[in-house]
Design a protein around this ligand. Structure first.
Ligand code: BJW
Ligand code: ZN
Length: 259
């Protein structure tokens, strides 16, 4: 029923926006943040086994305070995640969104994910929380995109300014948005504009606990958009959605391409 309902709503829309979260990449083998299980064991390092990552909540590690306290631990978490992501492939959910963008008059994809799987599926996504393959110097602000799955040394150091005395030796941090940090203003502006002007807003695979990203759904609702949630579980937003499609994204989204 939800597939037909959703297809009928999409058919009349001029501008569709979609917000994705970790759930869309779950079927690519990437653990979500707020689940109790992880399919992959953390690897061991030369200095001994790394902690069981399942014990850490994003609120423990995705903060400037955690990085200041223990950059090695935070980098080990990102290094583990980068290795998982490097082995993962976009799934039929990512691919279906890329195809929808090609077919629809106007489609804006907004993601909270840093894994780059939307890019690899052929989408252009507004990345609210940055990109796990970007590194940024904590001293000089220099940024580099480094798609190598594993980094050596860990933490990585800035190498701008040449090899001599003038070389910056600042520690690099992941180019992502941690708790308490602002989202990139130009990306947020485009996301807010899309939420304000779309006819339909798809909310896919997010627990909708983290703001301001989850606030986009309220913005869309307040501007009259129909809201469609695709998630196997309820979220705090479920009460305000027009369609709650309780299905994994990788099996639901391809159904939207059917005639
Ligand atoms: C499936 C599925 C399948 C499973 N198919 N679905 C009180 C009220 C309001 C706000 C705040 C507050 N106190 C503090 C705040 C602000 C704070 C916040 O929101 N905190 C909450 C936890 C309360 N927000 C911030 O700090 C943000 N910044 C900010 O507000 O700045 C203000 C500012 C202005 C000016 C100057 C300075 C500051 C920043 C938030 C950054 C979040 N960063 C992270 C880490 C990114 C980098 C990284 O990846 O390491 O972003 S945290 C983490 O959570 C990550 C995610 O993008 C984000 C959301 O998670 P997501 O995607 O929803 O994943 P899960 O795991 O939670 O849910 C998965 C869902 O998938 C579940 O629903 C499953 O059911 C479902 N699912 N399988 C479909 N197969
Ligand atoms: Zn530097």
């Amino acid at each position: 029923m939800s597939a037909e309902q959703t297809r009928a709503i999409l058919a009349d829309a001029q501008h569709i926006a979609a917000l994705t979260g970790a759930g869309i990449s779950a079927e690519s083998g990437i653990p979500t943040f707020r689940s109790n299980t992880s399919s992959t064991e953390p690897r061991a390092t030369a200095s001994g086994p790394v902690p069981l990552w399942d014990r850490f909540r994003p609120e423990d590690l995705a903060t400037p305070e955690a990085f200041a306290r223990d950059p090695q631990l935070v980098w080990q978490w990102y290094d583990w995640r980068r290795s998982l992501i490097a082995q993962a492939q976009p799934n039929p959910g990512h691919l279906a969104l890329a195809e929808l963008a090609r077919r629809l008059p106007r489609f804006t994809l907004i993601t909270q994910n840093v894994d780059g799987l939307h890019d690899r599926a052929g989408s252009h996504a507004l990345k609210l929380h940055g990109d796990i393959w970007d590194l940024r110097c904590t001293i000089c602000g220099h940024e580099r995109h480094d798609p190598a799955p594993s980094l050596d040394p860990l933490p990585p150091y800035c190498n701008c300014g040449g090899s001599g005395e003038s070389r910056c030796r600042g520690m690099m941090r992941p180019g992502v948005v941690w708790f308490g940090e602002p989202l990139p203003a130009h990306i947020w502006q485009q996301a807010e504009e899309a939420a304000s002007s779309c006819d339909v807003f798809l909310v896919i695979g997010t627990s909708a606990l983290v703001y301001p990203a989850a606030g986009l759904v309220h913005i869309a609702k307040n501007h009259g958009a129909r809201i469609i949630e695709i998630n196997p579980a309820d979220t705090p937003l479920s009460g305000i959605v027009d369609v709650a499609w309780r299905s994994p994204a990788a099996s639901a989204l391809p159904q939207l391409l059917q005639p």
